[in-house]
Structures are given as C-alpha cells and as structure tokens.
Design a protein around this ligand. Sequence first.
Ligand SMILES: CSCCC(=O)C(=O)COP(=O)(O)O
Ligand SMILES: [Mg+2]
Length: 261
Amino acid sequence: MAMITVPENVSVLLLDIEGTTTPITFVKDVLFPYIKEHLEEYLCAHWEEDECKQDVQLLKKQTEEDLKQNRACPVHAVDQTVHTDEEKAIREVVDSVLWQMAADRKTTALKQLQGHMWRAAYVSGKIKGEVYQDVVPAIRRWRQCGLKVYIYSSGSIEAQKLLFGYSVEGDLLDLFDGHFDTNIGAKVESKSYEKIAERIGCSPEDIMFLTDVTREAKAAEDAGLNVAVVVRPGNMELTEEERNHYRTLTTFSQLELTGSA
Ligand SMILES: CSCCC(=O)C(=O)COP(=O)(O)O
Ligand SMILES: [Mg+2]
C-alpha cells in the first residue's frame, strides 16, 4: 500500500463526505430517492411550519437568482389535478426541487430542505449513515496524534450531523471538531477554503483537504491547502493528467503522519 505523508506543519484534516467518507451510492441510492419519494407528502404535512416556510422562501430566492442568470428552470404546465393556491405552490416547489436534483445542484436552498426532510428518517432508524470501514479508525488515530478533523460538504451541516450521528457505526459526532457547508461558499471556489482556514484560526497551509472531486481539490489547492484526491469505487474516474498532478488514496489508512509509527 503506497503511503502518503501528511506534511509536518499540517494540524487540520478537512474531509468531504460523498465519495470520501461515504459511498456515492448511499447518497444516490438511499438519500436522494428518499427525498423524491417523500417530497410532496412532506411539504403538505409541514407547509404551515416556520422551518418549512423558510426552506420554501430560500428555494424561491434561488429560482429568482437562476432566472436572473438565465439558467433553465422548470416550466409550469397547466395541471388539472391542482385546485387550490396551496396545491399550486406546493407543486411549484416539488418541480423546482426535482429539477435541481436532476441536475445535482448543490445550492444551499436545496441542501437545507433535504437536511430537514432526512431528519425523521434518521431518527426513526429508517436510514443509517454509511461510512467506509477505514474512516473511523483513521480519524481516531489522527486525533490521538493531535490533529483536528473537520467536515466540509455540500450537504447542510444539519444533514452532515444526521449522517454521522445516526451512522451504521453509531454516533460518530465526537470525531469532529466542526462542520462547514455551502453557507461558507461553494466547494469549487477558492475563497471558501480561505474562509474555512480563517474560521478554524489557522493558515491554509496547515490544512489537508481530502475529496473525490478534482474541481474542489483545485480550488483548495489554489487557496494554499494541501490536498489529496480520494479514489473510491464508483467515484468519477480521474484523467491521466489529474492522476499525475494529485496525490491519490483509496483508503484513509494510506495517510501517514510524520513522526507516527
Ligand atoms: C452530507 S448529506 C448528503 C450529501 C449531499 O447532499 C451532497 O451533496 C454531498 O456532497 P459532498 O460535498 O459531500 O460531496
Ligand atoms: Mg464528494
């Protein structure tokens, strides 16, 4: 197994979730289908609640933003099954969410609603967060060596805490020193990584970011972070150029801390 040495100055490991700590299939085959199956029923049941109203408001703002930027948006055909204003409004939200999901958008509005919808499924035990087997032992080892471990995912902080709090390996939240989501900025923008370093209180060079997505790795690298690209089954294949440029790992056990046995 080829080892990757974590530079001596690194004191923080920043981890992506989908494709890094967690199989993409868990997100695509479990989490997202849950949203599609329960969306309309969820909106009908929670429509009058403040949390749901805020989610809908944020989705509307996102649609306005998309229209301003000339992004294609769902077209609302006349629907004979819809009778009241509320039914019409719910149908519009359903269309917008399904359209965003089909495009795998990572908007804060979409991710916030998804996080709220998954809560009941995790709490009832219907869904348990999947984590690759090498993840927990590696994080425990890093923490024993004094490293701090943070999560940065497009999934909302609430969704992240549900995934790790109700995981197949039990409650794993004590493994993390903190969480970041797209409220700090998009994962493909360098500025987001600068802000994360600022928020943690360290220099970008003190952080090592692990992700499966090379656009994210590039943005982090441009901000001065150390990066390694995680290659897991089902992840996007890297080009030859990417394989030559990035350090890659297939399991977290390949990360070797300087001075550790
Ligand atoms: C953490 S909750 C579900 C994952 C999700 O919605 C998502 O978009 C994952 O993105 P990531 O940044 O972790 O690749
Ligand atoms: Mg990912």
